[in-house]
Every structure is written in C-alpha cells, then in structure tokens.
Design a protein around this ligand. Structure first.
Ligand code: BTN
Length: 274
C-alpha cells in the first residue's frame, strides 16, 4: 500500500508540482539534514542565489530560534524552511519594511495553517504562532547589508506539523503543540509548504508596494496579545508588566504600564499573563 502523503519525505519535484507561486520556491533546495536552513540560505545568498530561493530540511542539527534559543528539529516530522528575500524598497523605506517582515511571515503561516489544516492560529507578538496558549511555530528573520544595494533577508520558519506530544523533549511538552496533535490527524507537509509560500509571496508583494496598513489590519485580527496583561522581557534581563494596547505603524507593540505610562516595544519576549 502507498505511504499517505502526510508521511512522505519532502521531495523537490512534488513540492514544485504543488507550488502556485511566481517566484518563491522556484529555486528550491530540499535537504535531508543541515545545521540550520537559515545558515544554509545565507551561504547560498552569498553565492548569488535569486530572490525567493527556498531551503527546506527534514532535520536541523543546530536549528536556531529567536533570542539565541535552540529550535527542536526532529527528522521527518515538521517544517523547517528559509526563504531568501532580495526584493526591497528604496533605501529610506527599508527599516520600516524590515520591521514588518517577521510579522508578515507570521500572518502567512497563520493563513496557510487555516487553509490546509482548518485550524485557528493566533500570533503572539511579534511572530510566535499559537494554538490556544501553546506554541505551534516561530519565525527567525536575519538580514544582511540593509541600506546597501546588496541587502538580503532570510525568513526562517519552524512549524510543528506531525510531531506527537511524547516526541517533544520534556521541557516543551506542556508549552508546545503541533498540527497533528490539535487536529488529531497527520498533515501533508508539501501542501502546507506550498500554501505557506504563496501566502508569504502575496504579503511580501503587498508590503513592497507600501501597503503596510493592510498588513497591520490583518495582524490586529490575528494577534492574541492585544488587550492582554503581558510581561515583556527586554535585553539585559529587564522586565516590564502592563497591558498590550495596540500595534503601531512600525509594527511595535504599545504597552500601557501599571503607572499609566505608554511604552512602544520594538524587540523583546512577550509573556501572556493570566
Ligand atoms: C522562534 O524562536 O520562535 C523562531 C524559530 C525559528 C526556527 C526556524 S526552523 C528553520 C529556520 N532555521 C533555523 O535555524 N531557524 C529557523
């Protein structure tokens, strides 16, 4: 009997047959094992790889998360991919554009999951994908040469797809989830990747055309941080408690602190308090 699509290893031909993008994934590297798809994509970028190049790997031996964390990447279960962006706005618009890319990627993932797995995913600011309070996936964007003619951004996406609860390391078991856990059926990673790439491509084009307002509206609808009591963990171990009020035009998170002062957070780790 043939292996169901959900359990098939990733394969470049099947992915490309499923793609409906113009550019994203048309140059595609499917690897069994790599240290990190982001690092691999950055090396390809140095060698001149084109805009929209995608690297996807069955497993990563040194997968990286935000804030220097490790990303658990067991073989054959989940999605670990990186997309190379070269198309950028004019130099003066690059900082604003760059601040929206991670949030935009989170929206694309949220929509792709809804389309393919029929599950409702929210975004914890800036780009954690949640189902309920559990983490489904995340985004790690790494840029180089911004402000020059050779700027690149690598959008790295990690999504827990078919991993079972008992396959998570002990410390993640209660705080992470996967599509298979939530829907109680396996999910076809090829279909998910193809959906993700088309959703991301469309939003990247919109952002490039300067339609930040549309992305902001969509983000407000999907963001579960707004209206919540939050703790922000800033660099140097500093913490701040307050209520998340809104997302600002540059993608930052506006917090009203308990002393009624307002702070806009551009980078940090958010904890949703009860
Ligand atoms: C996070 O901490 O939430 C972001 C996780 C991003 C993980 C992905 S997996 C594919 C890509 N390659 C990496 O090394 N990291 C990102």
């Amino acid at each position: 009997m043939a292996t169901p699509a959900a359990f098939q290893p990733l394969n470049a031909q099947s992915i490309q047959r499923t793609l409906s993008t113009k550019t994203f994934g048309r140059t595609l590297h499917v690897l069994d094992e790599v240290a990190s798809t982001n690092t691999h994509a950055a090396a390809l970028a140095l060698d001149g790889a084109p805009h929209g190049t995608v690297v996807v790997a069955e497993t990563q031996t040194a997968g990286r998360g935000r804030l220097g964390r490790h990303w658990h990447s067991p073989s054959g279960k989940n999605l670990h991919c990186s997309i190379l962006l070269r198309a950028m706005p004019a130099r003066e618009q690059q900082p604003l554009w760059l601040s929206w890319i991670p949030l935009t990627a989170a929206l694309a993932i949220g929509r792709a999951v809804q389309v393919v797995a029929n599950l409702k995913v929210s975004v914890k600011w800036p780009n954690d994908l949640l189902i309920g309070d559990r983490k489904l996936g995340g985004v790690l964007c790494e840029s180089s040469g911004v402000g020059t003619a050779h700027a690149t951004v690598i959008v790295g996406i990690g999504l827990n797809v078919n991993i079972r609860r008992d396959e998570f390391p002990e410390e993640l078991r209660e705080i992470a989830t996967s599509l298979a856990i939530e829907s109680q059926r396996p999910c076809d990673r090829t279909a998910l990747l193809a959906a993700l790439l088309v959703e991301l491509e469309t939003r990247c084009e919109s952002l490039l055309a300067g339609h930040h307002g549309d992305i902001l509206k969509e983000y407000m609808l999907r963001c579960s941080t707004i209206g919540r009591r939050v703790r922000i963990e800033l660099a140097h171990g500093e913490q701040m408690d307050g209520t998340a009020k809104s997302i600002e035009v540059d993608g930052s998170l506006r917090i009203i602190r308990d002393d009624r002062t307002t702070v806009d957070i551009r980078a940090g780790d958010v904890i949703h308090l009860r």
